[in-house]
Write a protein of this length. Sequence first.
Lengths: 543, 589
Amino acid sequence: MLDILSEELDRNYKALQGKGDPAPYYLAYAVSEVDAAAVTASQGALLSSSARRSRTIDVTIRVGNPKVDNYHSVRGEMAQFTAGVPLALDDSPDAIKRTLWRETDRCYRLAAERLITIKTSKEVKVAEKEQSDDFSDAPPLTARETPGAQDFERKDWEKRARKLSEALAGRPSILSSSVSAMGGREVKYFVASNGARLMHGRPTSRVMLSAQAKSDDGMDVATFDSFDANNAKNLPKEGKLKDAVEKLGKDVEALRVAQVVEPYVGPAILSGRAAGVFFHEIFGHRIEGHRLKDESDGQTFAKSIGARVLPDFLSVIFDPTLKQSAGEDLNGWYQYDDEGVAARRVPVVEGGVLKTFLMSRTPIPNIPVSNGHGRRQPGNEVVARQSNLLVEASKTVSEKELREMLIAELKKQNKQYGYYFQEITGGFTNTSRRGIQAFKVIPLVVYRIHVDGREELVRGADIVGTPLASFAKIIAAGDKLEVFNGYCGAESGSVPVSAISPALLVSELEIQKKESSRERPPLLPAPAGSSTLSASPNDGGVN
Amino acid sequence: MRRRSLILAGLAAAAAVVSAQKPEDDAILLAMREEMARAKTLRLQGVNDQLYYIEYGLDSLHSFDATASLGALIRVDENRARVPRVQVRVGSPEFDNSNYVYTDLFGAARAGGGVPLDDDLTVLRRYFWLATDRVFKGSVEAIARKRAALRNLTQQEKLNDFAAAKPTQLYQSTVKPEIKAEEWKKLARDLSSVMTAFPRVTGSSVDFEAGYGTSYFVNSEGSEYRYPDNLFYVRARASAQADNGMAVRDAAMVVARSLDKLPPESELRKAVEQMGRNVTALLDAPVGDDYSGPMLFEGIAAPQLFAHLLASNMGLTRQPVNEPGRNFPVPQSELEGRKGSRVLPEWMDVTDDPVREEWNGQQLQGTFPVDMDGVVPQPLKVVNAGTLENFLLTRLPVRGFEGSNGRARLPGNFGAKAAVFSNLFVTAKQTVPAADLKKKLIEMIGQRGKPFGILVRKLDFPASGSIDELQRQGMAAGQRGGSSRPAALPVLIYHVYPDGREELIRGVRFRGLNARSLRDIISAGAGEQALHYAGNGSPLPMMGQGGHVALHSVVAPAVLFEDLELEKRQEDWPKLPVVPPPALTSSVK
């Protein structure tokens, strides 16, 4: 495969350099080859089961020169050249080369057209404030590494998912629920005109559990849990998954009848997993380097290098070379990023002080080179993205002490209760200059902690706020790290990420009451009976 | 966006055993029946418009799709899915929640997913229980909003919302899917490798698809059905860019309702080879010019022309109740309001026959036992002695017509189904031997002093290009004063000179060709040709489209027109690539 790609790359690059006007100065082919299978079951019955093999080609062609090329950011407009078209699944030079040739031609035309537009607009407009280059050099790496195998037996997992999901059938207040499992392996091929030749990749697997119910007042409540491992054989054993399903069921039933929160401002504890998501959403997205090129972005930390952005006992590191933490496989690791740059550990905040940004090969003022965070989902253009986010605390306290500190803080602020956020599913954040620089994260399992130490499950809480204000109010960290594995969606598509953090005590967090559905619970009771028919001869298997 | 598996509506396997025996062991029918019985008791307090009709439909699918290019697989997809439909009508047949611009938003769109692939009665029932609850509540909201909208509107015409129909029960045994993955992957690879012999063709692919389906239906009036709904496809496309930048293309397609009716591989290879030869010939063909004069459609172009111009205009649509001050035009049939008018020469008839299984040894593709409203269709004379007599109808009352003739074959909008044809037979009482039509064409150009006439042998129908290309064509045609509605392009079109010589041309399109043009047919040939394809109810379906499709056959004779027009295509063609194409290494010849 690398040979086929290299041959066609060289042929196209030479010809375009000779006859193309404007001529390209860089050409790269990135192929993503994915073998993946997934199953979903609900209440003991299979909902879906599929297996897929795909190959996608992304072409990057740069015309002009590294100072100003066709990717030049103009007023926040993201250039898109690649289309992520399918490539032959067989290693057939004829079929593969024809596709590469057609895609190179298509991207070259778009690139040439955009460069001409940019040059015209550059001449007209007053020079923009930011004068960094459009592309940075990177050493041409060569490696051929065969990624680890994936042991995901789809038929076995169909059985397992049916069995696991059956446990929720006995809980009548759960309206819908599912158990999903997927296993896949991605091989990435990367060749570029500077001589880079890479083959690498990784397996991924995941189990996801979810359950939804409706409170009598119409509010939807949901719980979610997931487990990630590189190889499916490292996923939790059946007993542990069964326990997780049980807990999920109990949690959603308890949530259904839990108290509804009222708007609140005051102290709160974020569990390690919740704090990880909080940092990913609110901090991580704001230090993705390309945002500093985008005039329409709020650029929260634009002038903050060397400045204090977090309390001095906290550091934040992005480390895509880390495969495990706290005994769990991490989702955000890779060997090379999607621009052929080697992954490396990047301390972003040290002792509360901002040191650098996450960088792709698109330079920003004062940071001329990549630090291996140029990532994308096939079919998108690369931008700087997060990998494994680690929150490190130089002074920590035990969970018990953290709880005591919360109660002390409550007393100090004269509050009757505070909150403990156990599970957060994700959130969104607006980094644009238009609209409010704000965020919202969506917690799933939240407890109210009273000054007397009592705990009470609540529902309907959203955490809201503005980023800079929120970080200043972190006052203590726990001593146990927790891992959140997930997939992050942004400009360059969905990429696997992790966030690892200790629990955090925040002196002031703002909670909003979730917008609630007005729809009433179902009018008729659930259908009676749990009999399962024997397999019908005309359709899929049933046990 | 990924492509989809096709969801079929309205076909039946020839071999299926028809039985009126109610199957008591079919989990899907049982779940529908049991939940239907409970759903009939649904009531909302304090609301006037209560439920009067419920319908459950479900398509169970198991499909396999392999696409290859130049001998290499590009995509393989095996998919199992159960696609449900839940409809609830509240109010009364005279006035209900349908035929309102937001009907689907509050109703059908809320049916959601989550139908199990396993025949688990409880989980199936849970799906219908929850979906019915959501759709019922949505339907109550829709009718309230519809009433509110009508407070500020005067309706031009008061039509009922739902026509009565006799309940039907029909049960056919299902067909067990047999997925021969390796065999079919090899077939796609082998057929696509034929194109390695045509190095000037720069883009080509062959797609094999097997779709096994079963269609289920239960409504609250006592209608029930279950029948197999299968589709097997081979599609091939090829394209290239001529010296002036113009794109030239050809496509080949076969469809069958059962696997054993697909042509043997040797025949499929010939079709792919012919496609390669056609595209190569088109690269060297001269560019045609504007033309006005006699035109002959023969071979597959004749049924293609009728499918394109006539078939898609045989159903009627209706404007939904809208929100005041908003315009939401629904495309109308070109034949709307022309019942009793002449649409073809007096010596021509058109019949839509959903019952007939075969024609001239070929399997007819449009045959189906019962429609999506649960109505059993009968053959229908659409055009009698050139005069339009009937339209295709569903249970949707339309201007001048109320009562279905069983043509609801595709999901429609605003709570209705779309009326779509089955097997269309275009027949001529007066014909001339096929060879004489060309002589007649030559005579006509002689009389009119024209240097040549035009002969069309193949249209790009269903369209083989991309949606983008189709839109660009529409815009380009609109710019020259033509209609911007999608129009089929000619693929194989020839100058015919007085000495009988034929010359292939490219780069022209029809001007002003529409359903009205069919009145100007002056002669028809003896012997007919059949076209079999999958359509979606639009005048120009796409060859690789996803979503709901219905199979059709069109049988028609060659036809000669007194006067039709062509115009030269004047799109801006892209430049040829800077880099020449890579050489083919595994060329077989």
